[in-house]
Design a protein around this ligand. Structure first.
Ligand code: HEC
Length: 258
């Protein structure tokens, strides 16, 4: 009798234990971000995190009882730029965790800062009626313009002359061929710079475009309707400078708008 009771007690106990353990494993994981003192002081965490959650249903925590934070926000030497203060100091988010689920939430946090909703939220935040931060997009555009020493106007001209018959290259969304990606869409790729440096090595350009110093397009396979394009390396620099100035496509817009 006694043995029986203790056995069933044991079962109940074990069952309880498993339920608790299971629930803990399946609870949504909390992702924590360490905010720097100056942002906590103005309660920027309390302003930004609920708005991010409202937009994405992802909740991030700025405070933590114990243990390490999953990411750190601040004026840091590394990490992804998210916004800047009015003096141009860039705040970055550095990921500490190596948990894939948490990392993807943090990535969404970073890309939200570059979305219209994130930009508006950051720029609406004010301290005693004065705007305190600006979106980082503007800061980066300035940096980009400095890196590329090609000539933007010449790059635009070259793109319109040589690339426009297939790609949308400027504000004329009706140019180009439907199936060919627009410059604005390609500008959103992280590695757009590499692609625009090496595009002539990629089909279908291979058959059409020659780079004066380096490579001559295989002329036998060029359809007669396509006039061969000849560019110099300097001209490629100009195109790069122009593309750096192109506003990346807003991925929130419908697919078929550039
Ligand atoms: C004959 C039509 C045509 C012309 C002219 C053309 N492109 Fe393209 N381009 C394409 C197509 C089609 C693709 C997509 C290829 C793919 O997705 O496989 C492409 C892709 C690209 C890519 C992405 C390459 C990659 O790595 O994915 C870049 C960058 C690019 N083009 C730049 C240019 C530039 C700059 C010019 C003008 C100097 C130009 N293209 C002229 C048809 C063209």
């Amino acid at each position: 009798m006694f043995v029986k009771i203790s056995k069933s007690l044991m079962c109940i106990f074990l069952g309880f234990f498993f339920v608790v353990a299971f629930a803990e494993n399946t609870l949504p994981q909390e992702v924590s971000v360490e905010f720097p003192e100056e942002l906590l002081m103005v309660e920027f965490d309390k302003y930004i995190l609920p708005r991010f959650k409202f937009k994405t249903q992802i909740s991030l925590l700025a405070n933590k009882e114990n243990g390490a934070f999953d990411a750190k926000l601040g004026i840091l030497p590394g990490g992804k730029a998210v916004f800047s203060d009015l003096n141009g100091f860039v705040y970055r988010l550095q990921t500490k965790t190596s948990d894939a689920g948490k990392m993807s939430k943090l990535e969404k946090f970073v890309s939200w800062f570059n979305s219209p909703s994130g930009i508006m939220t950051v720029e609406d935040f004010s301290i005693q009626g004065v705007q305190a931060f600006k979106a980082v997009e503007y800061v980066e555009e300035k940096e980009d313009a400095e890196i590329f020493d090609g000539n933007i106007a010449s790059g635009l001209g070259l793109s319109q002359k040589h690339c426009k018959r297939c790609h949308v290259v400027d504000d004329n969304a009706f140019a180009g061929i439907d199936s060919t990606p627009s410059f604005h869409a390609m500008r959103t790729f992280d590695d757009w710079q590499e692609r625009f440096t090496a595009f002539w090595t990629v089909s279908p350009h291979l058959n059409v475009i020659s780079i004066t110093e380096v490579y001559e397009a295989g002329s036998n396979s060029v359809p007669t309707t396509i006039a061969p394009i000849e560019l110099s390396l300097d001209q490629i620099d100009d195109i790069l400078a122009y593309v750096a100035s192109v506003k990346p496509k807003d991925l929130g817009k419908p697919i078929n708008s550039w």
